[in-house]
Design a protein around this ligand. Structure first.
Ligand code: HEM
Length: 358
């Protein structure tokens, strides 16, 4: 089957606009910086530099840039990265209007980044004003997680029109080839309701693990400043709750892996970086188990700063891979329904249903 698609990059509109690829690069850079700021933010806390600049937006009264001092510059460096992020997310928001082809459905996600970063600036300032109150530190971290979700959805959506058109063409071909008795190289997969629900449950549980993790931090010794308040939980008990939630997450990921193991679910899907959902869920499982092991180790060693920074990096990795898998399954659902509506073949990860192919 031959599908002819007008090349938007050579249209007259393209001369004044930004190509879809370039726009996706801008969003990708925003994503990288949104991950970096979490790591630099926790470095601020773990080096006890949280009040290295005791004022905001100036570092100290009357001084925007601090004198040379380790803690002041760690905190100030973090503020500089925030400034870069501000510029990039504004570029992503304005770029959405110059993107060729135009995609109004991207606008809310692009502005979501700007709104989220503005909220983080205000919240960051309030966190300093309340002397690093652990609940403010916790919400500051969790809002970053929401921003990473936002940027990944935008990145995925901004790729979808090219992927979807190519994938639908290829996969419609393969379904028709199979109907004609030929062996297809790829099948369109529509994940079953159980798969999608398990994937949703993984996302919800990952969020719970992250939330409880920040409560462990708020109770433990890594406060960011010796003056900062601590939550009144018993450290051992809250760490136990945190690890229990991590075990539930592991169990859900294992269940999803079993669900995705069937032959149809192993089908490669264009746009997931060449990975099958089954390969993605294996990466997720390996990361989550390693993250759990690291959690026990850092707890046993009295939460040394270096290991805690690694644990924060691991939690971002778990979150990003869980989202990557979830968004891939979501895309398969929409691409699958686009194809099935034109071929009347329905393929789920439990196999092919009647309607053309069995
Ligand atoms: C899926 C697995 C896990 C994830 C995604 C995860 C995530 C997190 C997050 C996001 C934090 C808060 C970081 C911050 O506020 O800067 C945290 C803190 C912590 N986690 Fe985990 N965690 C996992 C498993 C575990 C396990 C099994 C343990 C074992 C007890 C553990 C022990 C801790 C401890 C002790 C802290 C506090 C560290 C500090 O002093 O800041 N974690 N975790």
């Amino acid at each position: 089957m031959v599908v002819t698609i007008a090349n938007p990059e050579t249209s007259p509109e393209a001369a004044t606009g930004i190509s879809a690829n370039r726009y996706r690069q801008i969003v990708g850079v925003a994503g990288v910086f949104l991950v970096l700021i979490v790591l630099s933010g926790s470095a601020v806390r773990l080096t006890q530099s949280g009040l290295g600049c005791e004022d905001w937006p100036k570092c100290s009264e009357g001084q925007l840039v601090p004198e040379w001092a380790f803690h002041s510059w760690i905190e100030f460096g973090n503020r500089l990265i925030s400034g870069v992020i501000g510029v990039i997310v504004i570029a992503a928001a304005l770029g959405a209007y110059r993107r060729v082809p135009r995609r109004p459905d991207l606008y809310p996600w692009a502005w979501g980044l700007v709104a989220g970063v503005l909220a983080q600036v205000v919240l960051g300032g309030m966190t300093v004003w309340v002397d690093l109150h652990p609940l403010f530190v916790s919400v500051h971290f969790l809002l970053s997680i929401v921003l990473i979700w936002n940027v990944m959805v935008l990145w995925r959506k901004s790729a979808i029109e090219t992927d979807a058109v190519e994938t639908n063409a290829t996969e419609t071909d393969s379904i028709l080839q199979q109907a004609a008795g030929q062996s297809p190289s790829a099948l369109t997969l529509t994940p079953s309701a159980l798969t999608l629900n398990l994937s949703r449950a993984v996302m919800v549980m990952a969020t719970v693990v992250l939330m409880v993790g920040t409560l462990v931090t708020g109770t433990g010794p890594n406060s960011g400043d010796s003056q900062a308040l601590r939550l009144s939980f018993d450290l051992r008990s809250i760490a136990q709750v945190h690890s229990a939630t991590a075990w539930v997450l592991v169990a859900l990921i294992v269940a999803l892996a079993f669900q995705l193991r069937s032959q149809a679910a192993a089908t490669r899907f264009e746009g997931s970086g060449g990975k099958t959902p089954f390969a993605q869920v294996q990466v997720l499982l390996a990361l989550t188990v390693s993250q759990g092991a690291l959690g026990y180790l850092q707890y046993a060693l009295g939460v040394p700063a270096g290991l805690v920074e690694l644990h924060v990096a691991g939690s971002l990795a778990v979150w990003c891979v869980a989202l990557w898998l979830h968004l891939t399954l979501g895309s398969m659902t929409s691409a699958g329904s686009a194809v099935t509506s034109s071929t009347s073949a329905i393929v789920t990860d439990s196999g092919l249903t009647p309607g053309g192919i069995s």
